[in-house]
Design a protein around this ligand. Structure first.
Ligand code: BG6
Length: 507
């Protein structure tokens, strides 16, 4: 029995401009885990309340935890307590399959549940499989789907896609291995590697800023830009993920993926078309142009740090080595700052500084373009020395917006100039709440738009850049500096800019 025509939507009109996805079953592997309950289920609840899910939709959770359908439904409701009535209605039909991923029986039971849902809800055989498990299980799940034939669309008009969470490998070799394992079961066009930073509206706005405005692009190059800085700062520590973080560290957790994606969008050439091919071709070209240093050179252009006990928002917090699940002698980095070079016509000679850290004073993600000074300052003397060069700041979070720092005359008789700010704030300009990154990406996966997902060659290239730095850390060629929680990282990070007239951020 079909309860509604395919494509018919439920609930209110889309708030964020997302049109209803086609009929689908979303299968979440790792459904009892942290990612599912903290991010995926709330994002689905958000989509439901925007009317961006079709009526012909269901979620099937799969995990080792021995829940029943009802227990999973309860968790779904609890994970989005503020959700709309459309979510409550939807969650009441969610299904759950308990089982080991290495057991063929799990996939046989899953196939039965999927067939049931197709019959009852008219989901048309369309599947998005979401790998929210521990990374060790990725290949096993893909193999299990293939062995039961679930990796192939059930008809010429249906689709079967696999969404893969990070970490995508732990270095280049393991990423290549994972890729060939997944490609035993899915083709590249059906593999959707997720980087939730690409789902953030303000990350996408980098494209609009650069390529929809005549004023910025002409100065977006080495002739005008003196240096580029990207910061991804978090005030949170490792929370309850100490065990995971011990094997990741800031380089793998943030730089290899989120940071490289933000850098690629900021520095790439204009794409001919804003679609999956156009954007991803340009991103990978940029990543290929980032110099891959030798291990020695990498060691000389990176700072690694680890937080010690300190204070965040006036409350004392423990050091990294005292966190649950962390080795008391751990040398895992919670902070990285590094200098990169882009060897292409546009950026030759422009240093690119990136830094990320946990337990920094605030949550802040921003890109700063620092422009050259004007060639001659007619005002002379102290003023010439005090006036800062122009800076353009793209603030990704929080308070997303754009700020241009430039010089203006101070009112009065004397000709004095100081730096002032021109601000654009998203919240002020657009009243509509913006879709959360996971909402946008889940929706795109169902629609089949891969533009904001990461292609295999991008992942490989990002590992190629990061691997020498990882090797330098493993060889202990980079001392582990410490910083008290609640400070901006080790002092050594400032030394990366020695010889330049600026430090981190905007003066
Ligand atoms: C995740 C990392 O990918 O991104 C986390 O694993 C980090 O360690 C998180 O906290 C940051 O995401 P956001 O959206 O809060 O900036």
């Amino acid at each position: 029995m079909t309860t509604a025509a395919p494509g018919q939507q439920t609930g209110a009109a889309p708030r964020s401009g997302l049109s209803p996805a086609p009929p689908h079953i979303l299968v979440v592997f790792g459904a009892s885990g942290d990612l599912a309950t903290r991010k995926l289920l709330p994002a689905l609840a958000g989509l439901a309340s925007q009317g961006a899910l079709p009526e012909n939709f269901n979620v099937v959770g799969v995990a080792r935890t021995t829940w029943t359908d009802d227990e999973f439904r309860k968790v779904a409701l609890e994970s989005a307590p503020e959700a709309s009535s459309s979510w409550t209605k939807l969650a009441s039909r969610f299904r759950y399959v308990a089982g080991e991923y290495s057991d063929a029986g799990t996939f046989t039971r899953l196939a039965g549940v999927l067939a049931d849902c197709d019959d009852q809800l008219g989901t048309g055989g369309n599947r998005v499989y979401y790998l929210a498990t521990v990374p060790d299980a990725f290949a096993t799940v893909a193999d299990g789907l293939a062995a039961s034939g679930l990796n192939r669309p059930s008809s010429a008009s249906s689709t079967a896609r696999l969404v893969v969470e990070k970490p995508y490998g732990h270095d280049l070799d393991s990423a290549l291995e994972l890729d060939s394992a997944l490609k035993r079961s899915f083709e590249e066009k059906d593999l959707f590697r997720i980087d939730h930073y690409m789902g953030k509206e303000t990350v996408q706005n980098v494209l609009a800023l650069r390529f929809a405005n005549a004023v910025f692009e002409p100065v977006w190059n080495r002739r005008y830009v003196d240096a580029v800085q990207v910061t991804v700062a978090e005030s949170l520590g490792v929370e309850h993920r100490g065990g995971f973080y011990e094997h990741a560290g800031a380089l793998r957790d943030i730089i290899q993926n989120h940071m490289m994606q933000v850098l690629a969008l900021t520095l790439m050439e204009p794409p001919a078309t804003v679609d999956a091919l156009g954007i991803r071709d340009e991103k990978v070209k940029l990543l290929r142009a980032i110099e891959v240093p030798s291990v020695d050179a990498a060691a000389g252009s990176v700072v690694r740090g680890q937080y010690t006990a300190g204070t965040i928002d006036s409350s004392p917090v423990p050091g990294y080595r005292q966190e649950d699940g962390v080795d008391p002698l751990s040398s895992t980095e919670t902070y990285v700052a590094m200098r990169l070079a882009v060897d292409n016509w546009r950026w030759a000679g422009v240093p690119v500084y990136v830094r990320t850290g946990k337990r920094l004073p605030e949550r802040l993600t921003e890109v700063v373009l620092r422009f050259h000074r004007v060639p001659h300052l007619a005002f002379g003397g102290r003023l010439a020395r005090e006036l800062q060069p122009n800076c353009l700041v793209l603030r990704i979070q929080p308070d997303d917006g754009i700020t241009l720092h430039f010089g203006a005359k101070i009112p009065g008789e004397a000709f004095r100039v100081r730096t002032v700010k021109m601000e654009f704030s998203y919240a002020e300009a657009f009243q509509d709440p913006r879709a959360d990154a996971y909402e946008r990406l889940l929706h795109d996966a169902m629609v089949g738009d891969a533009t904001l997902f990461v292609r295999a060659d991008e992942v490989d290239q990002a590992w190629r850049i990061v691997d020498p730095f990882l090797d330098a850390f493993e060889d202990d060629a980079v001392p582990l500096a410490t910083y008290p929680a609640g400070t901006w990282g080790p002092r050594e990070a400032e030394l990366l800019m020695s010889g330049r007239e600026f430090g981190w951020g905007v003066p």
